[in-house]
Design a protein around this ligand. Structure first.
Ligand code: CA
Ligand code: CA
Length: 136
């Protein structure tokens, strides 16, 4: 999922360091999430819909060279995972809560990549091997 060889020189370490910092500093993570939130909330209604979430995922995954095909099913799976109160919109608080879990997984994936191991993902949604992730 994460291949250090695809990163420019120093980029992998910089990304890894940034993610590690965000995973241990929740104030910094909240701030980062809000920055993204404002950026991708196109219609400025203080919530993200599926289209806006897709824009965010596209950008974020390419920034970190994360190879997950962002299909409609994937976006929908991630969306439903984040939408805790099931109002079909993503509020900043929901995205913050999700970001904490997500960053934790990313750090693990980066650690594995740094150690030269392949990981089998588990980034939520229904992509990849995520089929057995709790489904109701
Ligand atoms: Ca919106
Ligand atoms: Ca919601």
């Amino acid at each position: 999922m994460i291949n250090p060889a695809e990163f420019a020189e120093g980029e992998f370490d910089a990304s890894f360091a940034k993610l590690t910092e965000l995973s241990t500093n929740s104030a910094a993570l909240d701030e980062e999430v809000m920055k993204y939130f404002a950026q991708y909330d196109d219609d400025a209604n203080a919530s993200l819909d599926r289209r806006e979430l897709r824009g965010f995922l596209n950008n974020f995954f390419s920034a970190y060279h994360i190879h997950v095909p962002i299909t409609d099913e994937y976006v929908d799976g991630v969306f439903r995972q984040i939408d805790i109160n099931h109002d079909n919109k993503l509020q900043p608080e929901e995205l913050k809560a999700f970001a904490k879990l997500f960053i934790g997984k990313l750090v693990v994936a980066f650690q594995a990549a740094a150690a030269g191991q392949a990981t089998t993902g588990g980034f939520g949604g229904s992509g990849e091997t995520g089929e057995e992730e709790k489904k109701e």
